[in-house]
Every structure is written in C-alpha cells, then in structure tokens.
Design a protein around this ligand. Structure first.
Ligand code: FAD
Ligand code: SIN
Length: 527
C-alpha cells in the first residue's frame, strides 16, 4: 500500500544529536528505527559542545546531592525536583555507559578520586565536568554515532527536513518531510515518533548555535497541538567570540564559543578600561551563573562604543592553554588572535533554550504517540536557568527514558491514505531579509533585557513578517522562516506575560523576582 515516498518503521526519531542517538540505541532493542537529520548527522549542537558533561562521578569530593543542589540553585525556583533527581542519579550511570561505549574523557594526573580530570564551571560548587579537551561534544557525538552505525541499529536519512507532524484522531502517526537532496516530499510513518531536534538559538541574530538549529521540532509540535512551556527562558552565554568578519555578513554566522571552562581555569573578564568588573556584580565573580555574567557584560558595554569586553587568559599559562583548550587556541589563532598573549574580545550570544515541548520525565507529550527529549523538550529540569554542562546529560538521560516510554506505549495505527504531496516550491528572494528582521528584532528587543514596550514593538514587527509568509512552505528557507516566526511569537508572548525577572528572563519594568505570582511555569497550546 505504501509507495516509495511513504516509509514505515516502528520508532521514528527526528534528530541525530545526543538525545536522538541515545533514544535510537535504546529503542533499537524493540523494533525498526529510523533517524532523520536535517543536515549531515553530527551537525547539531551536540558536536559543538566544548566544556563537557556534568556528573557526580567523584563520590569522594562530590555527590549526586551536591549536583542536585547546584542544579536547583541555578534554576532560580523553577526546577522540577523529581526531574533533577533523575538527571543527577541516572546521569552517573549513563555517563559510565558512554565511557563503556568508548567515549574518552581526559584523565587526571593522579589516579586518586574518579581518575578523571574534572573541570569547574559557573555555579558548580564542585569540580564535576568530564571533558575531552574542549571538544567534548565531538567525542560524544562520534561515540554514539559509531554505536548506531556500526551496530546497524537504525536507518539514517540525512538531509531530510521534517515539515509537519501527521496527526489523526489525536495520535501522532509520523512526519511529512522534504528530502533536501532530491527536493522530494517523503512521509515517514511509525508507531511512535520522538522529536529530538535541539533548541532554537537561531531565532537570535547572535548565537552559538549551528545554522540548522531553528527550532523546527518545537514549531511542528506546537502546530500539531502539543503544549510548549518556559519559552521566555533563553540562556545567553556570556563569552562568544566577537570577530570583525561578522559585520560584513547580512546574517551573522554562528559565533564561536569561548567555553566557560576557560574561566573555570582562571581566565578573567576585563572591561574596555582593562579593569576586572565581575566582583561588582556577584561574589562568585567570573564564575557567577550565566545570566548574571551576561547581564554584567551588557551593563559594562551599553554606554561605551565597544559591543564587547575582553577575556584574559594570562593567568593560565601558555602550555596549559594549548593542552586544555586546543580547539579554542587553534580557532582564535586562525582569526589572528594568539590567546596565550592576546585578550579575546567576547560578548553574550543566545546559547540554550530552557523552554520547548512540554513533556513529563518519560518524554511524553500531550499527544499520543509523540515524545520529545533533549533541548527541544522542556520538563523543568533546568528551571529558569540551566546549570553549565547539564544539557548533554539531559539528552543522555531523557533521550533513553523517552525511548523506553515510546516502546512501552500503545502503538498508533498508521493510516494508509494520505493526500498526494504538494510539489516543492522555490525560495522567494525576500526570505533572507525576513529572517534577518526576526533575528535582529529578537536580539535587540527580546534579548538579555526586555520590557513591555520592547516586547510590544517586537511583536508588531514579527506579525508584519508573518503576514508575508508562504503558508505552505516547501523549501528549506521558507520552512525555517515559518518556524522561526512562530517561535519568536511564542517567546515574545511568554516574556510579555511573565511580569517579573527570574533566571535568564530579565524585565526592566519588573526587575524583581515575584514568587507569589510567578513561581510557576507558563504553558501555551495552539488555539
Ligand atoms: P542537537 O545535538 O542540536 O541535535 C539536533 C538534531 O536535530 C540534529 O541532528 C539536526 O539535524 C536535527 N534536526 C533539527 N531540525 C530538524 C528537522 N526539521 N528535521 C529533521 N532533523 C532536524 N551543553 C553541555 O552540557 N555541555 C557543553 O559543554 C555544551 N557546550 C555547548 C557549546 C555550543 C557551541 C553549543 C551550541 C551548545 C553547547 N551545549 C553544551 C548545549 C548542548 O550541546 C545541547 O543542548 C545539546 O547538544 C542538544 O542536544 P540535542 O540532541 O537535543 O540536539
Ligand atoms: C561551555 O563550554 O561554556 C558551554 C557549556 C554549556 O553550555 O553547558
């Protein structure tokens, strides 16, 4: 009954980062798996992760209780305690499994303690970050990818962009996609679909996120009727590299990250006068939570003529810099900066989305047959502000849990009748321009600092973009534009509704945290 553009499997996983591959490994024990990726596998955020993966594997200096406490404190009152408990306890087991699969993390000079060289990052009270130099994500992506590919655990369709979910009688039956190589529509049908498409950093002009991270999964799920939550909480990483080339581009390329681990090893922030400033803002100085450091940099730069501050690694020492941060050293050198001597110009950039598709701790959404995990999902594990290096752990732990739940769920019955696919269209010339309008509006008016006025004005601009959209987008640019527009609206709505400041969400007109009225999550659903 199925033609070649209609493909069936038991479990469909949309996304091939840490969450998607973790889900695939688990679900492959129970049936035929298909993994879809928008670009080449490995082009999402996972492969770019630098600092590392947090886990209390050192049971002498550290404990899962300490990790729990730090996660809760960073989350600014909005963490779900049950989810955090699962993260920190199952996280240790998942990291050990990852090591057994072959992931190689840096070892300590002495074999005492865990035997691993554990790093420190902002708002962690203990050293607990396992890392592979400053290319931790690449090591993890490679390890999980090899397990799936060598073990023939899943069929992988790369360059296949999910367009919309297929929902019938309240069940998710699969997904309609566009094959970006052949420009053909393909439909995938499954008993259960797990969305693991990553975050939506690309809604902002300046972001550390790869270009393909445009929040497609969150937008598809919302359009299909799934609830989304915590959309106002977007984390801005304080230290992305500011380079002169970006000014020459119409749409800024992703900014290269300068890992927080660099500050963990002793790098300090300097303003344009060459003065350290973080102690003015927080007693933890450079290692204060990310939202505090990002706002401090915003404050230091808002009146001056520079849009950046500087990171000085002078206290670390050249040999250690080259050994511990080889990727950062090499990348900066290619851009003309010798970081053993030169200060690095840095500024905040959108980095991580705490919000997304609302799930429980088993990845279940409010739609039968639809699950979500990783950065696209939101289950309250990060609250209003994620603790550094907790998101790789999130993908590992909750990717597996979503697969377990999906394989235990009653199966949907794939329909055999589907409307003939509409032929793909060509991009319109104004798509790039509209994307830029969204990204610059979100950066300038819905960024580190927000207010009722800025949000109201931003919404008007986004609605104007919306009125120009092709409502049946069938090329990559238009698909992404439609999704970015929807996400921008959802972020603005939630940021407007939350009349307080908390974690990553700062309202100039409501600068205080208001637990009585706002110690809760905001949830949105289409209609
Ligand atoms: P991703 O790894 O982003 O994968 C998303 C997948 O979905 C990709 O395979 C993509 O092709 C696919 N996809 C997207 N849209 C579609 C579509 N429409 N159709 C089909 N497929 C689609 N976290 C840490 O814990 N520690 C760190 O050190 C760290 N460093 C970071 C450094 C950088 C520069 C960045 C950007 C993030 C960092 N993070 C870090 C955050 C962390 O990397 C991410 O939160 C995490 O990797 C997300 O994993 P994921 O599996 O949810 O999504
Ligand atoms: C970093 O290396 O600074 C990023 C860590 C993270 O986002 O968790």
């Amino acid at each position: 009954m199925y033609n070649r553009s209609m493909i069936k499997c038991d479990f469909l996983i949309v996304g091939g980062g840490i969450a998607g591959l973790s889900a695939a490994i688990e679900a492959s024990k129970h049936g035929k798996i298909i993994v879809l990726t928008k670009g080449k596998i490995g082009e999402g955020s996972t492969g770019k992760a630098q600092g590392g993966i947090a886990a209390a594997i050192d049971q002498i200096q550290d404990s899962t209780e300490f990790h729990f406490e730090d996660t809760i404190a960073a989350g600014a009152g909005l963490c779900d305690e049950k989810a955090v408990k699962i993260l920190v306890t199952e996280g240790v087991e998942r990291v050990k499994e990852l090591i057994e699969m072959g992931a190689r993390f840096d070892r300590a000079e002495t074999e005492a303690g865990s035997g691993y060289a554990l790093a420190l990052e902002g708002a962690h009270k203990r050293r607990r970050i396992l890392h592979a130099g400053d290319a931790t994500g690449e090591e993890i992506q490679k390890t999980l990818g090899a397990k799936v590919v060598r073990g023939k655990l899943a069929e992988i369709y790369q360059h296949t962009i999910g367009l919309d979910l297929i929902i019938e009688a309240g069940h998710c039956l699969g997904i309609k996609t566009l094959d970006l190589k052949t420009n053909k529509i393909k439909t995938f049908l499954a008993k259960a679909t797990i969305i693991t498409t990553g975050g939506f950093g690309q809604v902002y002009q300046y972001t550390t996120n790869p270009e393909i991270i445009t929040g497609d999964g969150v937008a598809m799920a919302y359009r299909a009727g799934a609830a989304v939550t915590d959309m106002e909480f977007v984390q801005f990483h304080p230290t992305s590299l500011v380079h002169s080339e970006e000014l020459k581009k119409l749409i800024a390329l992703p900014r290269f990250l300068i890992s927080e681990a660099v500050r963990g090893e002793g790098a300090v922030l300097l303003n344009s006068k060459g003065e350290r400033f973080m102690q003015k803002y927080d007693t933890q100085g450079e290692l204060a939570p990310r939202d505090i450091v990002a706002r401090a940099i915003y404050n230091e730069t808002k009146t001056g003529k520079h849009n950046h501050v500087y990171l000085s690694l002078a206290g670390i020492g050249a040999d250690k810099i080259k050994k511990r941060f080889p990727v950062i050293y090499k990348t900066c050198l290619e851009k003309g900066l010798d970081i053993t001597k030169d200060k690095i110009p840095v500024a905040p950039a959108a980095h991580y989305c705490m919000g997304g598709i609302k799930t429980d701790t088993n990845g279940k959404t409010n739609i039968l047959g639809l699950f979500a995990a990783g950065e696209c999902a939101s289950l309250g594990v990060h609250g209003a502000n994620r603790l550094a290096s907790n998101s790789l752990l999130d993908g590992l732990v909750f990717g597996k849990r979503a697969a377990i739940a999906a394989t235990n769920a009653p199966s949907s019955v794939p329909s055999t009748q589907h409307p003939a696919p509409t032929p793909p269209s060509h991009p319109t010339p104004q798509t790039q321009h509209l994307k830029l309008v969204i990204k610059s509006t979100m950066w300038n008016q819905v960024g580190i600092i927000r207010s009722k006025d800025s949000l109201t004005d931003a919404l008007k601009k986004i609605m104007a973009v919306e009125s120009c959209l092709n409502q049946s987008p069938l090329n990559k640019e238009e698909i992404e534009l439609r999704n970015l527009t929807l996400l921008a609206k959802l972020i603005i709505q939630a940021a407007f509704d939350r009349e307080e400041s908390r974690g990553a969400h700062f309202r100039l007109d409501f600068p205080k945290t208001d637990d009585k009225n706002w110690g809760r999550h905001l949830v949105y659903q289409a209609g």
